[in-house]
Design a protein around this ligand. Structure first.
Ligand SMILES: O=C(O)c1cc(=O)[nH]c(=O)n1[C@@H]1O[C@H](COP(=O)(O)O)[C@@H](O)[C@H]1O
Length: 238
């Protein structure tokens, strides 16, 4: 049977350190992996990363780097020094992604620590086909996500972030070893909010997602711990 705790990543999207700390403390028995994203990182200048390292939790640093190759690879080296377990860049040009893959490996070897898993964001789960048309892309979200996943694989990074709506096709195209991280996860009764390509935890697992990212359905719940445990159970029963 799958261990649901090893699959669930909780997104701590608050802009105050004290609120993040309170959530982490409430969830520490039921959750092993926490995501520190833009909002939390910028507001607390990375303090949450230090707190999670002190607690021995796995850290997903979600800053979605997208810049010229030299800037990206240098930022990746800094993230390695923060001892993160998984981190995001955007799927961009091959050279930029290649340099990130090499930088992570070199920096981890230099420090003799574990290399973070680097995943590239393919197509944000808040985007629809119409949104892509509006920004000048004549592909469907699924076509673009698959194309970008293949490019990410070619570059040597470890995996991608995608909606679970297309994860089965990406597994088919890139293989089961290529890491798939799926946000836009919504239990059947949860509010969708600004997400457009959502999938339930059970369906995401059945379609081959390695990791599920869940924020508001847990962090905004009346009882976050119970909500996390329900999702862990749903993953295990999938
Ligand atoms: O990279 C991400 O984690 C990410 C990519 C993506 O395509 N969609 C997406 O929602 N995310 C993140 O996943 C989390 C989802 O949060 P909820 O919508 O509250 O469950 C947020 O922290 C987003 O920043």
């Amino acid at each position: 049977m799958i261990n649901g705790k090893e699959k669930l990543i909780v997104a701590i999207d608050t802009n105050e350190f004290d609120k993040a700390k309170e959530l982490i403390d409430k969830l520490e028995d039921s959750v092993d992996i926490f995501k520190v994203g833009l909002e939390q990182y910028v507001a607390t200048r990375g303090k949450t990363v230090d707190y999670l390292n002190e607690k021995g939790k796995k850290i997903f640093l979600d800053l979605k780097f997208h810049d010229i190759p030299n800037t990206m690879q240098s930022a990746v080296r800094a993230a390695v020094r923060d001892k993160v377990w998984l981190m995001t860049i955007h799927v961009s040009d091959l050279e930029g992604m290649r340099q990130c893959a090499v930088a992570a490996k070199e920096e981890a070897e230099r420090l003799n620590i574990q290399k973070p898993i680097i995943v590239g964001v393919t197509v944000l789960t808040s985007l629809s086909n119409q949104d892509l048309q509006d920004i000048g892309c004549n592909m469907t979200t699924e076509e673009l996500a698959i194309k970008r996943a293949k490019l990410a694989k070619e570059s040597g990074i470890d995996g991608i972030v995608c909606s679970a709506q297309e994860v089965d096709k990406i597994v088919e195209a890139c293989g089961t070893e290529f890491v798939t991280v799926c946000p836009g996860i919504r239990p059947a009764t949860a509010a969708v909010g600004d997400q457009k390509r959502v999938v339930t935890p059970a369906d995401a697992i059945n379609k081959g997602a390695h990791y599920l990212v869940v924020g508001r359905p847990i962090t905004k719940a009346t009882n976050p711990k119970e909500s996390a445990l329900n999702i862990v159970r749903e993953i295990e029963n999938a």
